[in-house]
Design a protein around this ligand. Structure first.
Ligand code: SF4
Length: 362
């Protein structure tokens, strides 16, 4: 297959997998039950800088009081601000009210149909315009918020936007978002990608094992970001070997750090790999773990029992440990994090660790 055909097939499969995941996992949010452009506009403005849980509550009261664009335009600013109470950033409410006035007096209460026109309204930036145009009007325009940036950086294996080179990376992310966008279902695709970032590809603790894009993801876990001043980044790799034990469930191969170690002597950890560069098809996950001034990007490779001697560095004492016993051992923080994330420790609960997303500023 030619390179172009392979790229096309990969894009088609990424779209399919993401949309199928979204159909089964999307949260039932009030603004998703309504195709009215006005309702979508209100929700997008509220979601700027405000948590979804807070917006759900305030949105319903706001829409009950101002069910149409005209009702909002005719309201006094004091009424609008009162209904905005609890959401903060009141400038958003003033801009929304001002734009409603303008649309009611100049455009017969019709919201513009394209992202370009929407951007001319008060309070609507690039992100919000793209979200409204794609969701309410089906325009094929990609939305890039903080969630989308993070997911695409990880998918492509790009270092996160920093103080230098940020604009170039931002352009690459926008290009990738535009090429992945499903032109047949742009609104659903944009919402699906943001939902993936909010529920699965979270800033901390991404749930790669249940991610629809895991097979194509270059990072499979936390991606590299520019270290804060005074911090340095280091890449290391560890092997994860799991086997069936003698009647007591699964066992994991652990190694005890020698007593002579200056850092964490005597603690148990996953054996270090001989080669820190893990081939992409063998990569299980990437975990960021900070110890003092060092940000470790730890690549975890699944290692078969037979390969454990050949692929891992022999350090201290090594043992196959039943998983329920491992949970009670003195594990290093990194090893505990990996075993949790791989759902190998009994207390790992996917629902308990899916955090509430915080939408990005427009
Ligand atoms: S595999 Fe992991 S890092 Fe990659 S997109 Fe999915 S959740 Fe994010």
């Amino acid at each position: 297959m030619a390179k172009q055909d392979r790229e096309r097939a990969k894009t088609a499969s990424l779209r399919r997998e993401l949309l199928a995941w979204y159909r089964h996992n999307r949260r039932d949010l009030p603004w998703r039950r309504n195709a009215d452009p006005y309702a979508i506009w209100v929700s997008e403005i509220m979601l700027q800088q405000t948590r979804v849980a807070v917006v759900v509550e305030r949105y319903q009261a706001f829409m009950a009081r101002f069910p149409t664009l005209l009702s909002l335009a005719l309201a006094s600013e004091q009424d609008v601000l009162a209904l905005w109470s609890g959401l903060g950033y009141y400038r958003r409410a003033r801009m929304l009210h001002k734009a409603a006035h303008f649309l009611a007096s100049q455009h017969q209460c019709n919201l513009p149909g394209t992202a370009e026109e929407l951007r001319t309204l008060p309070g609507i930036g690039v992100y919000t315009a793209a979200a409204i145009a794609s969701i309410a009007h089906g325009e094929a325009v990609a939305v890039v918020d903080g969630n989308v940036e993070r997911v695409l950086c990880r998918l492509a294996g790009w270092e996160a936007v920093g103080r230098t080179g940020g604009a170039a990376l931002r352009r690459k992310i926008e290009g990738l978002a535009a090429s992945l966008l499903d032109p047949e279902q742009p609104g659903d695709f944009n919402q699906a990608l943001m939902e993936l970032g909010a529920l699965v590809c979270t800033p901390r603790n991404p749930q790669c094992l249940v991610c629809p894009w895991a097979a194509d993801c270059a990072t499979r876990g936390e991606h590299k970001t520019r270290p804060r001043p005074g911090m340095v980044s280091r890449e290391v790799a560890h092997g994860l070997s799991v086997r069936m034990g003698q009647g007591s469930g699964r066992e994991v191969l652990l190694e005890q750090r020698p007593a002579s170690c200056t850092v964490m002597p005597g603690l148990w950890e996953l054996p270090a790999l001989l080669d820190a560069a893990v081939p992409e098809d063998k990569l299980r996950m990437t975990v960021r773990h900070a110890i003092m001034q060092v940000n470790y990007y730890v690549r975890i490779r699944a290692v078969f029992e037979d390969d454990a001697e050949a692929l891992t560095v022999s350090g201290g004492e090594r043992r196959w440990v039943p998983l329920n016993e491992a949970a009670r051992m003195a594990l290093t923080g990194l090893t505990r994090k990996v075993l949790h994330r791989a759902h190998l420790l009994p207390t790992a609960q996917l629902d308990a660790i899916a955090p509430e997303p915080v939408p990005d500023v427009v």
